[in-house]
Design a binder for this molecule. Structure first.
Ligand code: SAM
Length: 307
């Protein structure tokens, strides 16, 4: 993934090779009026903090202030966010190209950026269907604008922590065919279900609702000093975000069949069809970053759901 792939919808366009989109540069471009009155810009929001860390411009002063505090204690956060996006993009590519999946349920989808799930999937099969779910109303506002002309993709405001309510939503049932495999994407969202038993239950409930041959993809921060410090900053603003131990993260794959390299540290993950690494030309990380990437405190992986 190139730098330009992490720029946001509505950004001035791809960056020049040698141009850095730092959080500060992104901040200067920000329009501080919320796009609708329901958007609260007095408190930081996870989606907007993540957007800022990725170098996007759909964020507000309160989000940037918190993100800057997070980056102080966890300086690798911008690289972690890019590597996380690479995992998501490569996972979607593999699922549609190699695993034959044509339907995606992306919960905690985040603000639109470049190489969104529906774009990656529909570049391979224009009929691929995607449901985005996020509990941040700003995500819906931006995604609806982006998706206005795409009949195969919808966005729902919904809560990961209430999977039963989500699963009975008529829009979801009408858009996805629950008799055919569905890829459930829970990428960098499970930390926001802080209670372990509740989080396992959420994943079990969602996986049980999907037919055999479906897939689950997750990424999750590991509990280390830097991520715990970041969590403390979130907590002061009443935001959740729990890093977990390797064992706790492995719990999400209980009863499922890991695919390819399975659940591994972010740096070690390779798409199942590319066990020796990413394709030539995928320059998401420069050589300078390689040492940092190696130590990134996060895990990710794909598993098949067989009932
Ligand atoms: C770190 S971002 C990850 C975005 C995207 N999945 C990615 O990996 O690039 C986490 C997203 O989860 C959303 N989120 C947090 N808690 C949620 C919940 N309980 N239900 C649905 N979405 C939630 C946030 O609003 C944010 O957009």
């Amino acid at each position: 993934m190139t730098q330009s792939e992490t720029g946001n919808v509505g950004s001035p366009g791809p960056l020049a090779e040698d141009e850095e989109r730092t959080p500060t540069a992104a901040a200067e471009q920000v329009e501080e009026r919320p796009p609708s009155p329901e958007i609260d810009i007095s408190k930081p929001h996870i989606a907007r903090i993540y957007d800022y860390i990725l170098g996007g411009k759909n964020n507000y002063a309160v989000d940037r202030e918190m993100a800057d505090q997070v980056v102080k204690v966890f300086p690798e956060a911008p690289i972690a966010a890019r590597i996380n996006r690479r995992f998501l993009i490569e996972t979607v590519r593999w699922l549609i190209q190699e695993a034959g999946v044509r339907q995606f349920l992306d919960i905690g989808s985040g603000l639109p950026t470049q190489q969104n799930v529906h774009e990656v999937a529909q570049a391979i099969d224009k009929d691929a269907r995607v449901v985005y779910v996020d509990n941040d109303p700003l995500v819906r506002v931006h995604a609806e604008a982006l998706l206005a002309t795409d009949p195969n993709t919808i966005v729902l405001e919904g809560d990961l922590c209430d999977p039963q309510a989500l699963l009975v939503r008529p829009e979801l049932r009408e858009h996805l065919d629950f008799s055919k495999p569905i890829a459930l994407l829970l990428v960098a969202v499970l930390p926001f279900a802080e209670d372990n038993e509740q989080a396992y239950d959420i994943v079990r409930t969602l996986c049980n609702a999907l037919p055999s041959g479906s897939y689950l993809a997750i990424s999750h921060p590991l509990k280390e000093e830097s991520t715990e410090q970041a969590r403390a900053i979130y907590r002061r603003a009443s935001l959740s975000g729990r890093p977990r131990t390797e064992e706790e993260i492995r719990g999400f794959f209980a009863g499922l069949t890991p695919v390819g390299c399975g659940l591994v540290r972010m740096a070690d993950w390779t798409p199942p069809d590319r066990p020796n690494g990413l394709a030539e030309g995928d320059n998401v990380i420069s050589m300078d970053d390689a040492a940092v990437v190696k130590k990134l405190p996060g895990m990710c992986g794909i598993a098949r759901i067989d009932h």
